[in-house]
Ligand binder design. Structure first.
Ligand code: SF4
Length: 1014
């Protein structure tokens, strides 16, 4: 840098670089007295404020919002398709609508490039055209002609396709609206300023300049009294060899797990032993002052702005103070900082971050976006066609997602404790009837934070934003850097809201824009007792490539450029619709992504005084190989004799042998060391024996079955089981343990087989009760079918009405969607149809005991232990014989007695009840039957073929279920014996996974089971 500036104005590509320039000047003792140093855009704005006509510059957000409003609003010959929100064009003759995007795509060139038709709407195409073209004579003339109805191809629209004319017309409408609002495009101001500026000599220097845009060229051409010197940024032609004395190394972590550990190693090696600051190694958060000011004037910038700008450095520039000993230029420095900084701070280093984070990734952005999704009624709107159910529209309960409210509740912006947030989540999930409006009313009443965030999320209420800002400022338990980040996010949303309001758009548009914004983040963390902010420069600075490139030559000892893959830094310019339209109007592209990358890379090369390290992960997160980005390949080529040869770089590193010297490698196999970011052996804090699986330890064995509380409050200490528990243990001991003892139940209230089964059982119980009480009949017969159907309809109606009044623990059946309503209707139909089947079932028997407590409030003896349980139904005949009936929604082969020939017990519930009933009621069991009321009515189980006629058991595979070669009581005794043996194993703590059939594994909640079958 010259020590005396011979210019009145020094212009840099952006504000960041202007600030860096002033700092370097101050460091090198160069006086800038009387010199304007600014970004080009800021300088033009200042000139307009001094000499302009009073109109204000439109911001990018305002431009996009106004164009979106222009795109959404009806215009001549145009309409908006409600479903997709796409702009459609009306065919005057037929009234047929055709999407403008489709027409554009059909044009000479696809205006909307591949994959962009949905993402890049006409408003954004127009916004890009406006930013690049307004103020240029050819563009302005084309807009004027389009608005005056000149056809495509004529006048200033020569070369413009028919499809592009509506975009130009829309831009014309937008410019008129801008004028009404007293606003102006920067491009328009640039075109007007030469007429307005005082014509006095001015020495202007464009430093580190990218190629001038057509608007800039035209401006300086129209101001001949300005003496302009352009110092083009270096490196546009490609990388060069690293400066003399700077060591070049390459780092290759093999994958994402090794990546942070290798970068931590690099930083440690570069810094050597930790600086002795008398610091205890513990991380604290400190204000971000020393990490540099946040980039940008307004605390937020667009995603598009984040990349693409570059700087250049010429030999002999004075670097002044170093930004940090080690500068790491990463694609996403905030992620890297989160992974690596804590370990470095523990080892005594001061680490800083300067980067940008998406609005939606900030704590505030996440919270407000979650709350808006929860509050936004239409999010799951629309009709879906579901096979077998027809067209289904979502109900109100389906339109919102409980997880969205839970995400908000768990954020720092809910004002709730973690316990209260988890309780809210659990309450919501346990209650299918929870309504969004009720939850909102409750939260509104209890929680002022909710009320403010709701007003902001739905109405973009400025007062609510002010309240939230005050809340953030009061969050003194958080670091100042965190608060600054959240305030920046809040302000970003406010700016998007202001732009949306200006354009007459709603909250949807504001949130769409806010989600595309990035906010600046800066942090500095230092060991405990060390004031990082007072140190001047951190040991390690993590930042993005653009910021690192703007730091200046010699700004650090070691520069680590990371993520140098072709995926992270693609060198291709997007061929989008705006580019095609501008080219049709003769507005050529003057810069390219490759040129910007080359300039940035050149600057990085000259930033280090000692070492340059280039890092590329060999594999991406999908374990696919990565490829070096173009500039890295070009840099390597600088060191090769023949860049067209391939043999010397045909290796995983794409490096010639002499560049592999000092290469830094790290594999993913060292899992613990990678995770701890250190190869030092971890001190053993505790030794934990691997958990016992497949068996309950001797100390816990007494808890395999918990004590039972009987009716009347008596506590039974002896092991006491139910037939369903025994059946579950026989199915698979480990599944029984997981389901019954660990209770791996879902938190969500269900609408599945359990709830449907309980509903059907209760309805059938109630039906038979009323059969005998109201009709004086115990059994459905063909003659009673009409009355039985009437009664069943009444029972079902009453049971449906009862469900919302039941407790959640009673497995109530609450449909919340149209699909579930149809499933419930189908279940009712099945139960109604079941009556026909019931009329043919066991005609010589009649239901006598319904939901019968076999232990009569206590516990009965079975298989050497205590047992309790309720049999669904016991039918009795005139001879004192009984059949146990167990209702099922569906039946598999395991229910038949015949499975014993395969060496397994099969289902035993009904057989257990039969044995107990034989003892307690003195009846003679002749059947233990599973009766299916599902779509296919059928029966399975076991029965005494000498007593019950086959015809009395319709839809049964009699040969599999009939017991004819031995007495039925022998089957019951044999079952009890087998159950006794199983219970001994259970009580001895044997819970090894041992599925009786592959079917057992089908619905098992144990996800990681080595014995899983099927
Ligand atoms: S997956 Fe199969 S074997 Fe494993 S616990 Fe579940 S039922 Fe048993």
């Amino acid at each position: 840098m010259d020590t005396s500036i011979a210019y009145d104005v020094v212009l840099l590509p952006d504000t960041d670089r202007a600030v860096a320039y002033r700092k370097r000047a101050a460091d090198s003792g160069c006086s800038l007295m009387g010199v304007t140093v600014a970004g080009f855009g800021a300088w033009v704005r200042d000139l307009w404020e001094l000499y302009g006509d009073g109109r204000t510059f439109v911001s990018r957000l305002e431009r996009e919002a106004l164009l979106r409003a222009a795109c959404e609003g009806p215009a001549d010959g145009d309409c908006v398709e409600l479903e997709s929100g796409k702009r459609a064009q009306r065919d005057g003759a037929s009234g047929r609508c055709e999407l403008a995007e489709d027409r554009i795509a059909d044009g000479a060139c696809a205006l909307v490039g591949d994959g962009e038709a949905g993402a890049l709407g006409l408003d954004r195409v127009a916004a890009a055209c406006v930013a690049a073209g307004v103020g240029l004579p050819a563009f302005d003339a084309a807009v004027r002609d389009a608005c005056q109805g000149v056809p495509a191809g004529a006048g200033a629209l020569e070369g413009v396709t028919r499809a592009e004319v509506p975009v130009l017309r829309m831009i014309g409408g937008y410019l008129d609206r801008l004028a009404q609002l007293g606003m102006i495009e920067p491009g328009q101001a640039l075109a007007l300023l030469p007429e307005l500026l005082p014509q006095r000599p001015l020495r202007v220097m464009l430093e580190d300049a990218a190629p001038l845009t057509p608007g800039q060229e035209a401006f300086f051409f129209a101001c001949p009294w300005m003496e302009v010197e352009v110092r083009a940024a270096s490196g546009s032609q490609g990388p060069v060899r690293a400066p003399e004395g700077v060591r070049v190394r390459f780092a290759f972590p093999s994958g994402q797990y090794a990546w942070p550990a290798l970068l931590a190693d690099i930083a440690r090696d570069a810094l050597g032993a930790a600086a002795d600051r008398g610091a205890a190694p513990a991380a604290v958060a400190a204000p971000a002052a020393a990490a540099g000011s946040a980039a940008g004037d307004d605390g937020a910038s667009s995603c598009e702005d984040a990349s693409g700008s570059a700087d250049g450095y010429r030999d002999g520039r004075s670097a002044g103070a170093q930004a940090a000993a080690v500068v790491v230029a990463a694609k996403d420095p905030a992620v890297l900082f989160g992974r690596v900084a804590p370990a470095l701070v523990r080892q005594g280093y001061v680490v800083a971050l300067r980067g940008r984070r998406r609005f939606a990734d900030t704590a505030f952005g996440r919270a407000i976006c979650s709350l808006r999704r929860f509050l936004d009624e239409g999010q799951a709107g629309g009709i879906s066609h579901i096979e077998g159910y027809g067209d289904i529209a979502p109900t109100d309960v389906e339109r919102w997602d409980r997880a969205d409210l839970a995400d908000w509740a768990l954020s720092p912006f809910s004002g709730m404790t973690r316990k209260a947030a988890f309780k809210l989540d659990a309450d919501m999930r346990a209650d299918r009837t929870a309504r969004r409006s009720d939850l909102c009313a409750r939260l509104r009443g209890d929680n002022p934070m909710f009320a403010a965030m709701e007003r902001l999320a739905l109405q973009l209420d400025a007062q609510a934003a002010a309240e939230l800002e005050a809340v953030v400022r009061r969050m003194t338990n958080r670091s100042e850097a965190w608060r600054v980040e959240q305030l920046a996010a809040l302000r970003a949303l406010q700016r998007a809201a202001d732009a949306a309001k200006l354009a007459g758009l709603g909250a949807d548009a504001a949130f769409d824009q806010a989600k595309r914004l990035k906010v600046n983040v800066s942090r500095i963390v230092a060991p405990r007792g060390c004031d990082g902010a007072a140190l001047g420069a951190p040991d390690v600075l993590m930042t993005d490539q653009s910021t690192a490139a703007s730091l200046g030559s010699g700004s650090c000892r070691v520069l680590v450029a990371t993520d140098l893959t072709s995926a992270a830094y693609p060198a291709v310019d997007p061929e989008d619709a705006s580019r095609v339209l501008l080219e049709h109007l003769g507005v050529k592209r003057v810069d390219s992504a490759l040129a910007r990358m080359r300039r940035a890379f050149f600057a990085l090369e000259h930033a280090a005084t000692d070492q340059l390290i280039f890092e590329r992960c060999l594999n991406d997160s999908s374990a696919d190989p990565t490829y070096p980005c173009v500039v890295l390949e070009e840099f390597v080529d600088c060191y090769r004799d023949d860049p067209t040869a391939t043999e010397d770089i045909d290796n995983p590193y794409s490096l010639p042998e002499h560049l592999q010297d000092g290469m830094l490698l790290r594999g993913e196999d060292a899992l613990c060391a990678n995770d701890a970011l250190s190869d030092a052996p971890a001190p053993e804090a505790a030794r934990i024996e691997p958990p016992l699986t497949g068996a309950v330890s001797s100390e816990a064995r007494s808890l395999v079955v918990l004590p039972r509380v009987l009716q009347g409050g008596q506590v039974l200490d002896e092991p006491c089981l139910s037939p369903s528990q025994i059946e579950s243990y026989l199915e698979c001991p480990y599944k029984w343990f997981a389901q019954r003892r660990l209770r791996l139940d879902d938190l969500d209230e269900g609408f599945g087989p359990l709830e449907m089964g309980d509903f059907a059982h209760n309805a059938l119980h109630s039906f038979y009760k009323h059969m005998s009480e109201d009709l004086g009949e115990a059994k459905v017969t063909p003659q009673l079918l009409a009355q039985a159907r009437e009664l069943m309809a009444d029972v079902l109606a009453r049971h449906k009405a009862l469900q919302p009044h039941l407790r959640q623990s009673e497995n109530r059946l609450i449909p919340t969607s149209q699909v579930e309503h149809r499933e419930l209707a189908e279940l009712e139909r099945k139960l109604m149809d079941y009556l026909d089947f019931e009329a043919e079932l066991l005609p010589t028997f009649a239901p006598k005991y319904l939901e019968y407590d076999v232990a009569c409030g206590g516990a009965v003896d079975y298989a050497g232990h205590k047992l309790l349980g309720t049999a669904d139904r016991i039918d009795v005949d005139g001879e004192g014989r009984c059949a146990i009936i167990d209702y099922k929604g569906s039946i598999s082969g395991s229910y038949a007695l015949g499975v014993r020939e395969e060496g397994r017990l099969g289902k035993v519930q009904a057989l257990i009840y039969a044995q107990v009933v034989r003892r307690t009621l003195g009846l003679e069991p002749v059947g233990a039957l599973y009766v299916c009321y599902g779509r296919r009515k059928m029966i399975s189980g076991a029965y005494d073929g000498r007593v019950i006629e086959n015809a009395h058991l319709p839809n049964m595979r009699h040969k599999d279920c009939m017991c004819a070669d031995r007495s039925f009581s022998d089957v019951l005794d044999e079952t009890e014996e087998a159950v006794a043996a199983a219970l001994e194993r259970m009580l001895a703590g044997d819970i090894r996974p041992r599925p009786e059939t592959p079917e057992a594994c089908k619905w098992c909640p144990v996800s990681s089971c080595s014995e899983r079958r099927g």
